[in-house]
Design a protein around this ligand. Sequence first.
Ligand code: AMP
Length: 590
Amino acid sequence: MRRWSEVAERISATTRTSEKTRLLAAYLGSVEPAALAPATVFFTARAFAEADARPLGVGWAMLADSVSRVARVTRAELGAAYDRHSDLGRAVGDVLAAREDVAPGGPAPRDAASAPGPVPGSPPTVPGSPPTVPEVAAAFAAIESARGPAAKAAVFEALLARCDPLSATYVVKILGGELRIGLREGLVEAAIAAAFGRPAPDVARAVMLTGDVGEAAILARDDRLGSARLGLFHPLRFMLASPAEDAAEIVARLGPVVWTEDKYDGIRAQLHRRGDEARLFSRDLHDVSAQFPEVVAAARDLAWDGILDGELLALRDGGVLPFLALQKRLGRKAPPPALLAEVPVAFVAFDVLAVGPRGGDVVPLLDLPLRERRARLEALRITATAPGRFALSRLATAGSAADLERIFAEARARRNEGLMVKDPGSAYSPGRRGFGWLKMKKALATLDCVVVGVEVGHGKRHGVLSDYTFAVRDEATGTLVTIGKAYSGLTDAEIAERTRWFEAHTISRHGRYRVVEPAVVVEVAFDVIMRSARHASGFALRFPRIARLRDDKAATEVDTLETVARLWRELQHGAEHLVTQEAARSLPAG
Ligand code: AMP
């Protein structure tokens, strides 16, 4: 792991992507066979391959407690190190390095009394020797399979105690899901291609189908990329949409004839089914089947195997319930029968990504144009098999900007969020935000931000952490930069629940203000974006308000500083655009 970490440091030290790729390719080409797969996966900031959805079950608080114990520092000292870097991995490296200065020869030995005994399933270790990449991978697997926080912490601490400060830094960064060395996943794929002299698109395709860069690296090494197969029950990345500027520009870009679908305000989901098994995956690629048992049960009756892309909506008596109703179902691992009756959920399909006869071979359809995928989707007759539980997105065609404005207004009148405009000739590009799909919604986009600090409120919110400081992501530096502070517009119950969470995930305290683990994503509405020196982003929002929690989004998915700057520029020049959109917005809502 030491060599891996040194390579990561060198990759971090250069800003040139060609040099990053070269360094990584040289490493992958020379690493011992057993380390190739895990080493490659670790470079995507994952403990396990993307297709392997096993949750490790280690939270920030556990990591911080364990680090404090192994390095023998207080949480406050660790918090101070975190403040220097805004990066738990670097903080861990710091406190361990300081420890080594005191006790040369490695981190302080653990007390015999508190040292964990051998953990079943943990990797065979040579005491005192630094862990290899396969040993770290085995330790991650052992953390996952250990039952309960104490057992998980014990495996993690045993791993950490063997790590030098640099390896510990990167072990923690991998567990935290962010390396911050300026290495996009595309560069990892490019490095695999360069390391083994294979075409980059072949590597990318194998990664997409298998959901496993480690396996793709092995296939590339062994010259077997062509044998990569689409596996069911590991989610493909979702195709994303770009925000649309205005109707005329959309038609100019995608026209002359574009497809539109209503943009439903629900939860994106991918449905996989084969034989008697069906599973639903969320946009952040988690298995959410248990949360939507009625949809999963209905999907078992479908007469084919394959993968659908769509949106989960709360639907009762043929009418869509407001997002607030659906929200009651989110985060409920196993919804009680009363809630299932109160807020029934349906799946509105808008795409088919793979299909085959029951029990037969499933063929990927991603490269077919949307026009053909839609025809295949309609031929599956899902609405006939499971009416009420399955529906198809509402499709229309538009040949002019005026058509688009009209359909947009109609979609709003149907109480949908806006329109998705799709190029009927476009392929399905997993994980890409291209121009095949454009989203047309409210004029002033809200921003998805991550809460980085909280304070107790005033008045009746005196005892709870209800004031949130939130940040967007600066892609140039990989850091989170604050952009505003708002009193939470959430309900008392939601605030109470979050208060407990923030208390358990406080990193450091500064008087009333707590720096918290950046994990809670909120959608923030505002009136205007202004230039401001008050926040690290250099921007501030006027009248910010928390529109809703975005539990479906991870902190890595929040809006970027670049988007903020673009919105700011548009607001300087975009009065005309706002008028058009305002007119659409003020139409009766149904
Ligand atoms: P946003 O969350 O604002 O980035 O908008 C993109 C999201 O709109 C997708 O991830 C889907 O969850 C949702 N959506 C709603 N209706 C559709 C549709 N007909 N086609 C594609 N995406 C849709």
